[in-house]
Design a protein around this ligand. Sequence first.
Ligand code: SF4
Length: 353
Amino acid sequence: MSKEVKCGNIVIGGGAPVSIQSMTNTDPHDADACISQVKALEEAGCEIVRLTVPDEEAAACFGKVREAADIPLVADIHFDYKMALMAMDMGADKIRINPGNIGGPEKTKLVVDKAKKKGIPIRVGVNSGSLEKDILEKFGGVTDEGLVESALRNVKLLEDMDFGDIVISIKSSDVLMNTKAYRLMSERSDYPLHIGVTEAGTPEMGIVKSAVGLGALLMEGIGDTMRVSLTGDPVREIYAAKKILAAAGVRPMAMELVSCPTCGRTKVDLDSIAGEVETKLMPIAERRVKEGRKPIKVAVMGCVVNGPGEAKGCDFGVACGKGEGLIFINGEPQKKVSEKEITGELIKLAETI
Ligand code: SF4
C-alpha cells in the first residue's frame, strides 16, 4: 500500500478512495472566472483542483480563489520557485513542481523548507517533455524506464532535504509507455501516485486513451489520485473520471444513466435529452451519495412501447413519445409531460426519491 499524504481535507494514498482532480483553464489572473470554474468542477464532483501560478498577479488571484473555494487547491509551478513560495503563503494545499526546472537545489530547498513548515505536500510531476538530457541519452529517447528514473531522481532531491510528503506523477501521452512507467514506479516506490495520460486529446480520443491507460492501472490497484486530461471544458474530465473509476470497479457510480440506442420509433431528440439529464442529475446524485443516500439508476428511453420494459430495474425515468415524455417510477407510469419539462421532472425525482 502507498504512503498517505494529506492534501487539505483529502487523503491521497494509504488505501483512501482514489480522488478525482482537474485543472482550471481560465485566465490565471481572472479571479472571478477561476472561482466560477472551480465551483463548477466542485459541483460536478471534483475533489482537488489545480491552478497554474505563472507570476505574482496569478499568485494573488490564487489567494482569492482559495478564499472562495471549499475544496483543496494545488498550485502548479514551473520555472520560478518564488511562485511556489507565494502560492503556499496564499493557502495552497499542495504544490506541483518539477524540481529540475525551478532553479537548482538552493531554490528547491527554500520551497521544501516552506512546504515542511506548513505541512504542504509536493507533487513531483515528470512528463515525457521534461526528461533530463542525460536520461534521454542513457535510454535513447523517452522511455518508461527514463520517466521513472527522472522522477526518482527528483524525489531523491527532496528526500535528501528530509522531505517525504510526496506524490509522484510520470505522465506520457503514449498510453502503453504511461502504463509501463506507472507499473514500474509502483514497484520501486511507495509514495502515492497521481495517475493520468497527458495531452490525451479531444474528448472522444482523450476518454478512450484515459479509459484504457488509467483503467488498466486502476484494475491492478495502481493510482491514488487521478486526472483525465481532455481538451476543453474541464467539467467533462470529472464525468469521465467517475465513469472510469466505476468501470474499473474502484468506486461506485452515484448515478447510472440507461438510455436506449434510438431507432425508427424515436420521435424526440433523445441524444440531447439524455445529455442534459446526465449533466443536471449527476451533481444531485453525487450529493445524495455524500449524504449517505443510495445511488440512482435513471432511464431515458426513446418510446413508450418498449421503453419502460427495456428500462426495468431503473429507479425512475422517461419514455418519450412525439414531443412528450411519460415519466415512470420503478417501471410504473406516473404522468405525461412536454418534451421541455422532462429534465425538470427527472431533477425533482432525483432530489426526492
Ligand atoms: S426504447 Fe423504443 S425507441 Fe428506444 S431503441 Fe427501444 S424500441 Fe427503439
